[in-house]
Write a protein that binds this ligand. Sequence first.
Ligand code: 6R9
Length: 691
Amino acid sequence: QTVGNDPGRVACAELSSWVNAMWLPAKCAAAGRGVWASRLCVLRRSGSNTAAFMPEAAGFGGVSGRAALQDFSLSDGDSFWAAAARHRLSWSRPFRTVRDCDLSRGRIKWFEDGELNVSVNCLDRHVHTCPERVALIWERDERGSEVRYTYRELLEMTCRVGNLLRRRGVKKGDCVTIYMPTCPLAVASMLACARIGAAHNVVFAGFSAEALAERIRDAQSSTVITVNQGVRGGKVTELKKTVDAAVQSCPTVQQVFVAMRTEKPVTMTARDVAMEEEMLKEDVVCEPAAMSSEDILFLLYTSGSTGKPKGLVHTQAGYLLYAALTHRYVFSYQDGDVFGCVADIGWITGHSYTVYGPLANGATTVLFESTPVYPDPGRYWDMVERLKINQFYGAPTAIRLLLRYGDQWVNKYDRSSLKTLGSVGEPINTEAWEWYHRVVGEGRCPVVDTWWQTETGGICIAPKPSEPDAEIVPGMAMRPFFGIKPVLMDAEGKVLTTNNTSGALCMAQPWPGMARTIHNDHQRFIETYFRPYPGYFFTGDGAYRSKEGYYQITGRLDDVINVSGHRIGTAEIEDVVNQCPAVAESAVIGYSHSIKGEAVYAFVVLKKDVNVPEAELSKELKSIVSEKIAKYASPDLIQFVKRLPKTRSGKIMRRVLRKVVESDLDSLGDLSTLDDPTAVQEIIQGHQELL
Ligand code: 6R9
């Protein structure tokens, strides 16, 4: 069933509709023609495509070694980033100004007068040098049926989508919503947007119709791209139906492109376009738009502590440069490696380390469509053996889950290809770190615990790059990346200068990968990230700095919880729970969970006249949250209470609720501001009964 990398070959019957459109014989191998091609040649002669592994080869004016490079990147950031940008990216118009940033005003601009095209950087320049190198390996849900796409094929697919979008009226500056599983056509769609200058807004395909609609409306998309059905963990999901339901409340949507992941036909309306059929009519050459560095590349929605999800905006050159550089140095990526990031493309990790970072570096990147336990808990390691993955990048929640199934699922497979193991999304506990290192990596692969956020665009703190024999401490993100200057703040907003201390994690200098604004709400951007500590970027996380100066992330400081590595605001869940007619009010908190890291706990006050049994209501509330947001946001535990602990001014005292759930009754703290102290006793009792 493996299609291999021979263009024009027809895949197995089940795949045919999906794959045929993308496997047409090449019309033109050298798609980078004209002006772009000649510029690429110049760049090639200057050596921009030579893959460098060690930082010293990266063209930083003779500076080498981690410590010296870190000093250089902080003391003369302009020269550092200018050298990196010239060396790593292909420009259609060179930049002169490196940066124009003022953190106190949330103003962040990099390489502003330069022009380039992100898809040219991710595709054409590699097609020019190594067209038959595999760009994508699509690890489909059906084990053992992986499909490979070369750089030439991915460029052709991207060009077809780009031409199709253009022909159907998508223009520079528009925003296209992509609601697709992790698959090659999703990547081609992202790159096609980049090629014609449209922004993309990828929405995780596990989100409900309502969550999708909210994101489409906020992004004001007129075009949506989806598939008939998704397949994950052997289960089929009706993605097209979800889009149909969502667009009902999205007046801006004029067209929905529907690709076929399975053979099941779906009802097409006048608005729907059969994507592969239309792609067949398009040329495989698509002129790239020249984009200014600060034009929008994409929006990506993420949860905050209050209000609705925010559409963080990332722009072209700075984002791409930062994703590419971190991909290369944090994972010690070397030319020719197979990079296996198992994150869904609906998250920032999928954007930066499945798509943009690896492709900018000319890597072979794996698109993982399945789950860690499908069809059995050996899935990841079987894939590592089959695809010969060199760097594996995943989430602690999956590692914790897999370690429970035992070592035999790992040992069954040959993992000798592995060189580096990465972790992302949430703190990795020592037990999971040790298992990942000792069992999965046979004690010979460095484990890099990478800390970063949707807002930061790429990895900011990680054990690597480091000097060759530098230590790695389990469960610690450790060292700031080049150009990153973390600081810890105390409760008064003063910078903590000593080591062996904890505080609010901020960044003292801008870096090219950071988000530029919140779509349609620059004020919220300033308030959230730059107001709390004027002159600094506030991450929302707390951190500890060890005696040696290494960083360890301690968790969120705001009302955001992290369920299996997915961010969700407690306010978002409360909002949905409160919409249930039986509910008077609610308070949601996160509590520690052995596999998910954190799980959702909801305290619910019912309206006076409600007689429905609690068990029934509990079930209903869980399913409402799954339906309205996503499955992972659904509460694990729901406790019905008579009243919530509130201050006299009416603020819910979440601190008290957290302590009750943690069974840490000795540190309930000062309860004197409580409106009605008996509420706490009732809650303690109810909590014990629930367990
Ligand atoms: C990349 C990503 C960001 C939040 C972040 C933090 C948590 C991410 C972590 C980590 C401890 C790590 N987080 N990586 N906590 N150690 N290595 O996950 O982005 O979805 O925006 O989440 O995730 O709390 O603030 P995003």
